[in-house]
Design a protein around this ligand. Structure first.
Ligand SMILES: C[S@@+](CC[C@H](N)C(=O)[O-])C[C@H]1O[C@@H](n2cnc3c(N)ncnc32)[C@H](O)[C@@H]1O
Length: 226
């Protein structure tokens, strides 16, 4: 049973004692999600229509920040997210994101959580969500649109090694549009090398407080001259 924990910026996260893992950085959950997924990720996508894939829906914080950001930019976002262990309403309703995020919209957070699993649900005129109740390891991407951006937000490679294997990144890369971005909080060399093998060009970029660096990958156009 996940335990509610306060992080340093005042926003909540969850702690799983069986794994000794938090869902977010204890230096600040909202601060971390904004920095990595919104600023280093979503803001790099300039097109008017975006297909976004998230690994690990969890608390719904990234989805909530993304719908709020979409209201500002006017971009159309199809948010596709996969989760093996959905949270119960008692847990997500206890999270303080709707109170702590300035210019938030509590009803959007609720709609995102109450959206049916495995069905694409319209949340605003420009934002839909498809929450897939599935295991990333056995996932079939074939029915999904190509991704323009990937939020890779699994638990750490130390705790969930299989989710960070090259074969997983290869499957994701094959399902990405040219120039698609992948962002993750993890800056480990082994993860970076696996992403390169999978076909991403990698950058190390400054992380949020408590994390020196994070990773961003770009899918380069295929060289068809050979
Ligand atoms: C770091 S937490 C997610 C953080 C989430 N993006 C958020 O903002 O709360 C990792 C998430 O991956 C989910 N997960 C773990 N194993 C998975 C698997 N094999 N397939 C899909 N999701 C998985 C966990 O249940 C958890 O919600």
């Amino acid at each position: 049973m996940p335990e509610l924990v306060k992080t340093a910026d005042g926003s909540d996260t969850l702690y799983i004692s069986e794994l000794n893992e938090h869902y977010h950085s204890t230096f600040g959950a909202v601060q971390e999600s904004m920095h990595i997924f919104i600023e280093a990720g979503l803001h790099q996508c300039k097109q008017s229509s975006i297909n976004l894939f998230e690994v690990g829906f969890g608390t719904g914080l990234n989805a909530y920040l993304t719908v709020l950001e979409g209201l500002k930019t006017g971009q159309t976002i199809r948010y596709i997210t996969i989760e093996k262990y959905p949270l119960t309403p008692t847990i997500w309703k206890a999270l303080n994101y709707t109170e702590i995020i300035p210019e938030g919209n509590p009803s959007l957070f609720q709609m995102i959580h109450e959206a049916k699993w495995n069905e694409e649900v319209k949340i605003t005129d420009h934002f839909s969500i498809l929450k897939l109740s599935a295991d990333l390891i056995f996932f079939d991407y074939s029915k999904l649109p190509l991704f323009d951006i990937v939020y890779f937000d699994a638990f750490s490679p130390e705790k969930q090694t299989k989710l960070w294997e090259t074969s997983i990144f290869q499957q994701i890369a094959r399902h990405c549009a040219t120039k698609a971005k992948l962002v993750t909080y993890c800056a480990k060399g082994a993860v970076r090398r696996s992403l390169i093998v999978a076909g991403f060009t990698m950058e190390r970029i400054p992380g949020p407080p408590g994390k020196r660096e994070i990773l961003r990958g770009t899918v380069e156009p295929q060289d068809t001259t050979i």
